[in-house]
Design a protein around this ligand. Structure first.
Ligand code: GTR
Length: 409
């Protein structure tokens, strides 16, 4: 479908009238090809959906447990805002191998009731979240920069606070929420190295390769790492398992959804502009295609996903399975009007198609087949908004997420 007879890959399509969604797999068809009609069947069917998504899209993380050791490295208040922070080392060990994830927590004022926790993987290191120099620079972040030819561009002092607009810590903490964040490269550096580094290195005997095309790629590793951060966070007195949200932007929005599908401790999953391989339907030929994503980022998904590059209509799953696999927990999908690469309509449609899972459980999802006007947040157990503007995570998005959490917690 994506390629013409000469084998040329056309430019991304941005014309809605040319969109064809072929052969959409039915969400409620069980492993035995029976229609699931009884809520009592949901847990088993949900497990099947997650298994299918692991088989064909993300790959399976190893089932074996690792040792998780959490230690507090420092605590204090940020100089300019008086927000309380705590920095943790989360050491993961398996046999004689280990790796350490650095987690930064930002907490509401002492004595203020805590409403819940948002776990956010970040792109540029915890020191990118705030200009405050008390927040550590991850050695892994530093080593990734040092390996780049032009080191000046990414010196840590020039990048302190450079993601602050994506993460309004004062607003989040003043509304009673804890924000916990981790550099995604601490979990697995984001380049194709044959899965030698990051948490993959703990499992040298469990690699994604030609003989094992459904083992974990980087998105599955990032999601698994978020679960290990959660193990550690739950040792902290302010963190309640019943009130945990996972949130991510873009590739980390894909990760947040997969973390939610695989770890039911997250009761709210938030996908900000996650696009292809996230909330957007793979079959919709609009914006980024799975051919493009699997070619440019060959390490993100499992190898079996690549078998559908030429013809996504043959995929046994699509991304509405992912949204549905979160039910009956809560999920929020956000898009941006200018982020056509991520296919806002495809992101909304997955959510709408996931309604049948929520309805089976007597719950409401998204209200209408068409997305709402920009700026309006809709939906019940599935939330959605379309922000005016570009591919980004902004205060306006956070306002909707905090309102959604207020409503459900
Ligand atoms: C793009 C990629 C998207 C999205 C984005 C990001 O290049 O095509 O799928 O994940 O990167 O994560 O910033």
């Amino acid at each position: 479908m994506l390629h013409d007879v000469s084998g040329q890959v056309p430019e991304a399509n941005y014309d809605e009238s040319k969109v064809v969604v072929e052969n959409l797999p039915p969400l409620m068809l069980s492993k035995d090809k029976q229609v699931v009609t009884d809520a009592a069947q949901w847990d088993e069917h949900r497990a099947y959906l997650v298994d299918q998504l692991a088989d064909f899209v993300y790959g399976h993380a190893p089932a074996e447990q690792v040792e998780v050791d959490c230690s507090i490295v420092s605590e204090g208040t940020l100089a300019e805002s008086s927000v309380r922070f705590r920095q943790l080392d989360v050491k993961l060990s398996r046999g004689n191998k280990s790796c350490t994830l650095q987690v930064a927590m930002f907490l509401p004022d002492a004595g203020m009731p805590i409403r819940g926790t948002f776990l956010l993987p970040n792109f540029t290191g915890n020191h990118g979240i705030t200009p405050d120099s008390q927040i550590r620079v991850s050695p892994i972040w530093q080593s990734i920069q040092d390996a780049k030819p032009n080191k000046n561009v990414t010196a840590s002092d020039q990048t302190r606070g450079d993601q602050a607009r994506r993460c309004p810590i004062e607003m989040i903490t003043q509304r009673g929420y804890v924000l916990a964040t981790v550099f995604y490269g601490d979990i697995d550096p984001d380049f194709d190295d044959g899965f030698e580094n990051g948490v993959h290195a703990l499992f040298p005997d469990y690699r994604l390769d030609a003989d094992h095309p459904s083992r974990w790629g980087s998105i599955a590793a990032w999601a698994w790492g978020l679960s290990r951060c959660t193990d550690a966070l739950l040792t902290q007195p302010e963190i309640a398992e019943s009130h945990l949200a996972v949130i991510g932007h873009s590739r980390l929005g894909k990760t947040a959804l997969w973390a939610g599908a695989t770890d039911p401790r997250f009761s709210i999953e938030i996908s900000n502009d996650s696009g292809c391989g996230g909330a957007a339907l793979s079959r919709r030929n609009f914006g980024e295609s799975i051919w493009r994503i699997n070619t440019v980022f060959p390490h993100w998904f499992c190898d079996r996903f690549k078998q559908f590059n030429e013809d996504p209509s043959q995929l046994p799953v699509d991304q509405h399975f992912l949204i549905a696999s979160i039910a009956p927990r809560k999920v929020y999908i956000a898009s941006a009007t200018e982020d056509l690469w991520a296919d806002p309509m495809g992101e909304y449609t997955s959510g709408f198609l996931a309604n049948s899972a929520y309805e089976l459980l007597g719950q409401k999802g998204l209200p209408t087949q068409s997305p709402p006007s920009p700026g309006i947040s809709v939906g019940d157990n599935i939330g959605y908004h379309l922000r005016v503007g570009k591919h980004d995570l902004l205060v306006e998005d956070w306002e909707h997420y905090l309102n959604f959490a207020d409503r459900h917690w």
